[in-house]
Ligand binder design. Structure first.
Ligand code: MG
Length: 174
């Protein structure tokens, strides 16, 4: 009986799919003289994000979500801002390395969802490009990668355009 067999399953039993969830958050300061890169996409704007790498706050939040799902620490552990080899680093390449870490443990991404919080510029025209870049790096279908954008309704440092923040959640399976 289907109902009874469903009720009898136990985690870890043969044939069961294991799942994990992870979440990530990041914020970077907006300054002059820096490019604005989000999800690997260069977005025209008079301000850019300050950071040791390319400061791609969306990709950083996604990496922390993936690492968190397997309790592997955070991106500061793997790519410390004190290490000159990561100066100006392309965060998509770092994301590929993080993806390799979980693949090496037999895990794959079920889906990823995220939100960027930015007062300006308008990000909607760039969201599909970001989704395409991220899904290519992670070898996912585009519909496995959610990227949304919202403002902070002029509230707080993000609302005052002092920075851009991003949140991400991921589901891993094996
Ligand atoms: Mg960061």
């Amino acid at each position: 009986m289907l109902c009874c067999s469903l009720l009898r399953f136990e985690w870890g039993s043969p044939g069961m799919i294991e799942i994990r969830i992870g979440n990530g958050y990041d914020i970077h300061q907006l300054v002059g003289g820096r490019p604005l890169i989000l999800g690997g996409v260069h977005i025209p704007h008079e301000l850019g994000l300050l950071g040791h790498s390319d400061a791609d706050v969306l990709t950083h939040a996604m990496m922390d979500a993936v690492l968190g799902a397997l309790s592997l620490g955070d991106i500061g552990h793997y790519f410390p801002p004190t290490d000159p080899q990561w100066a100006g680093a392309d965060s998509l390449k770092l994301l590929a390395q993080v993806h390799g870490l979980i693949q090496g443990r037999g895990w794959q991404i079920g889906n990823l969802d995220s939100v960027i919080v930015a007062e300006r510029p308008k990000l909607k025209p760039h969201l599909n490009d970001m989704r395409d870049r991220i899904s290519q790096v992670l070898k996912l279908q585009p519909d496995q990668v959610g990227i949304k954008a919202t403002t902070n309704e002029k509230l707080g440092p993000v609302g005052r355009e002092e920075g851009i923040a991003a949140y991400a959640v991921v589901l891993l399976q094996r």
